[in-house]
Design a protein around this ligand. Structure first.
Ligand code: PGA
Length: 251
C-alpha cells in the first residue's frame, strides 16, 4: 500500500549554516523516534550534499526543489538530475506552482524534468493545483487532470509508481488559507480516480497524494485523517523543528 509522507519545502530560505543547523536539529529530534510516515526535506541546491552527509538518510530523505529539463551540457546555471542524485538526495520536487508561474515552466518542460529525475533514480514530487479563479469557476478538477495527463501520462505504469503527487491549490500556498479537509479529500479522490482510469486501481491505490498549502501543526491531523490524503508538502511550517515535528507526528 501507499506510503504516508511529510515533506518540507524550504523554498529559497536559509543560508548553508542555517540550513545545516535546521537539518541537524530535525535529525536530533527524530532520534529514538519511529515516525509513522516518511520524512523528506526539500532544500536549496547549495545545501544538498552537506545536508545529505549530516542526517540519517534512513530517517530523513533529502530532496531538491527543481531539476533541469536537459541531461547535461551547455546550459549555464542549471542543475541536472544526475548532479542532484550524486549528492545523496533521492527526491526532487517538480512543477511547483512558483516554478510554473514565475519561471514559466510548462507541461512539456515538466515532462522532461520528470523523465530525467526518474532516469536518475530520483523520486519526483510532482505538484499540481488550481489558482483561485479556476476554483471559483468550478474548473479545479479539469485543471488537475490536465496537469497530470500532460506531464505524467506518457510514463509506464512502473515509472508512474515511483512518483509522488502533491496537490497544492495555489490560493492556499503561503496565504494562511488552507483547503478544508473535505475539499482536500474530494479532489484527492478525484485525482486518484483519474490515475485509476489510466493505470488501473492498483497503481492508483499505491500512489501517495500529498496536500500542500498552509498546512501546519493545527490543521495537519484533520487533513491526514482523510482517506486519500497521504501526507503533506509543507512550506512555511517546515522552517523550524518546533513547527515541522508536530506535522510529522500528525498520523
Ligand atoms: P506553505 O507552502 O506551506 O507555506 O503554504 C507550501 C508549498 O508551497 O509547498
Amino acid at each position: 500500500m501507499r506510503k504516508n509522507i511529510i515533506a518540507g519545502n524550504w523554498k529559497m530560505n536559509t543560508t548553508l549554516p542555517e540550513g545545516l543547523a535546521l537539518a541537524k536539529g530535525l535529525n536530533e529530534a527524530l532520534k529514538g523516534k519511529t515516525p509513522t510516515c516518511d520524512v523528506v526535506i526539500g532544500v536549496p541546491f547549495t545545501h544538498l550534499a552537506s545536508i545529505a552527509a549530516a542526517v540519517d538518510l534512513t530517517k530523513i530523505g533529502v530532496a531538491a526543489q527543481n531539476c533541469a529539463d536537459k541531461e547535461k551540457g551547455a546550459f549555464t546555471g542549471e542543475i541536472s538530475a544526475a548532479m542532484i542524485a550524486s549528492t545523496g538526495a533521492t527526491y526532487t520536487i517538480i512543477g511547483h506552482s512558483e516554478r510554473r508561474i514565475y519561471y514559466h515552466e510548462n507541461a512539456e518542460i515538466l515532462k522532461n524534468k520528470v523523465n530525467l529525475a526518474l532516469a536518475n533514480e530520483l523520486a519526483p514530487i510532482f505538484c499540481i493545483g488550481e489558482i483561485l479563479e479556476e476554483r471559483e469557476a468550478g474548473e479545479h478538477f479539469n485543471v488537475v487532470d490536465k496537469q497530470v495527463e500532460a506531464s505524467l501520462f506518457n510514463l509506464s505504469a512502473e515509472d508512474f509508481g515511483k512518483l509522488i503527487i502533491a496537490y497544492e491549490p495555489v490560493w492556499a500556498i503561503g496565504t494562511g488559507k488552507t483547503a478544508t479537509a473535505e475539499q482536500a479529500q474530494e479532489i484527492h479522490a478525484h485525482i486518484r480516480q483519474t490515475i485509476a482510469n489510466k493505470y488501473g486501481q492498483t497503481v492508483a491505490d499505491n500512489c501517495s497524494i500529498l496536500y500542500g498549502g498552509s498546512m501546519n501543526a493545527e490543521n495537519a491531523k484533520d487533513l491526514v485523517a482523510k482517506q486519500d490524503v497521504d501526507g503533506g508538502l509543507i512550506g512555511g511550517a517546515s522552517l523550524s523543528v518546533e513547527k515541522f515535528l508536530p506535522i510529522v507526528e500528525a498520523f
